[in-house]
Design a protein around this ligand. Sequence first.
Ligand SMILES: C[S@@+](CC[C@H](N)C(=O)[O-])C[C@H]1O[C@@H](n2cnc3c(N)ncnc32)[C@H](O)[C@@H]1O
Length: 390
Amino acid sequence: MTMLDRIKILSSKLIISQHFFRRSCRSQSTRRFNNVKDEDEEYNKVRRKTENEEAQIYLLKSRGQHLLMNPRVLNSIVQKSNILPTDTVLEIGPGTGNLTLKLLEVAQKVIAIELDKRMVEILHKRVSERGLQDRLTVICQDALKTEFPRFDLMVANIPYGISSPLVAKLVYGKNSYRSGTLLLQKEFARRLLANPGDSEFNRLAVNVKLVADVEFVMNVSKKDFLPCPKVDSSVVKIYPKTEIPEVDYEEWCAFTRTCFTKKNKTLGAIFKQKRMLMELMKLQETKGDEENNALYSDYHVNDTEDEDGLSNEDNVNFSPDMGKDLNLFRDIINDILRTTGFEDKRPSKLSHKELLDLLSLFNRARIRFHGQVNPKDECDAELASAFGPL
Ligand SMILES: C[S@@+](CC[C@H](N)C(=O)[O-])C[C@H]1O[C@@H](n2cnc3c(N)ncnc32)[C@H](O)[C@@H]1O
């Protein structure tokens, strides 16, 4: 064995032992933080050092408090966000400020919305120590219940529990914005990135991509967070579309909710489900305008027709009169689907254009879709709630 070979073997042993040393350190710290049950009140106790102080705080799983620790990842997020020196950046959930401090290095102003007062205290302290306090505004509130201020970019490592409504609030909100760079749970990011025809194409993607483009930026390992979460993450970038179709967003979300209840079934089968048809029919009645009276007049149906055409998966009971109306309603919908070639198509394979065409065909037959918006929700959260659980 030559001297060179010996050196090679020795150095590879060194690398392996370093690797195991690091892994064992990591798994010790991970064990320290994962060794608790998932209950909200249980917490992980984290001692984290800032430059001048040792802050001791309890990180709450219920608030998604997983701090991003890896400076390389933090720098990449900032760099990929393409922040201009004149930009106001909106950060959701700044936590103790790991990302905020990096954002303040490049942006003119950072507005951070953080729910947890303890985090806000630490954040203020760290930012003041660097003399950057004049460029930071902190809003200590729930980001879903707060009206967003004007901003150019959103950059955030968000609590994963509010991903859906937050993305909805960004893309359907009143604010115009240049882009949103968000660190999300990897699974969620994949669903957001899915396209028609992909097995993962879903209501989240169809709703977001009506008004925005979504781009994959990078994956982030769970080991880069403290405490280490159970899932990996991905960064995505969201851009508002320059041309947005003219559609009532609330109706669009309600329509896609109906179509994507069983996204791999054909539309013919979806619009045969008795419960769904009944709810949709009731919705037309409660609208109670003259338009809806015309709904039935354009169509002639056989009153004696039975219910065989309906799939009664939910075992719904209804009176003979309701049954008659329901048959009529189903026939109108079936006619639309059959004559336009949509009957055998599956929602998960339809483009936005096709879905918009189908909605306008329904609307032309005076069939409208509307979400049930919780009146308790703030005005801004209406669209978020119209998205429903995604
Ligand atoms: C995943 S941590 C991110 C912390 C920090 N940005 C980082 O990268 O280290 C999420 C933060 O969002 C905060 N948070 C949770 N729910 C929130 C809400 N509804 N509105 C605003 N902030 C929230 C948590 O308190 C926590 O500080």
